[in-house]
Design a protein around this ligand. Structure first.
Ligand SMILES: [Zn+2]
Length: 137
């Protein structure tokens, strides 16, 4: 257990964070997470060597070795346990990663699908969808 990591898991659960989009880009799953004031991109590579996941928030920039609340949120919804997510040294195996990514569509808030308009690429693992970031900048 690690206090810094635990706090982030708590925030991920308590705060009103929304994951509203999932795309598979190259060999990674990329999630769009609506934080308290901004939208961040969480990227989880299919390659266990590239663990930990990255996020575009300032917290992850300062402490890339920890899982920020956005990453924790996404992983939590994909089935990672509280124990794993509050351990700063958790390193999933390659098969763990495949298992998590298999559940990637479950990380996306279902009610936001319709308001988002198109969500055609959800669940299509292996299919590379174009990256659409500019509309949120
Ligand atoms: Zn983040």
């Amino acid at each position: 257990m690690n206090k810094l990591q635990e706090v982030r898991l708590e925030r991920a659960k308590e705060q009103d964070l929304r994951c509203f989009r999932l795309r598979f880009v190259d060999d990674a799953a990329r999630f769009s997470v609506m934080g308290l004031s901004d939208i961040y991109e969480v990227e989880i590579s299919q390659d266990a060597e590239l663990w930990p996941p990255t996020c575009t928030c300032a917290d992850n920039a300062w402490r890339p070795e920890l899982l920020c609340k956005h990453i924790a949120l996404v992983l939590h919804r994909m089935g990672a346990s509280d124990e794993q997510l509050s351990d700063c040294c958790w390193e999933p195996s390659q098969s763990d990663i495949y298992e998590l990514l298999f559940s990637a569509p479950e990380a996306v808030d279902s009610e936001s699908h319709s308001s988002e308009g198109s969500s055609g690429d959800i669940g299509s693992l292996g299919h590379s969808a174009p990256t659409i970031l500019s509309e949120f900048r």
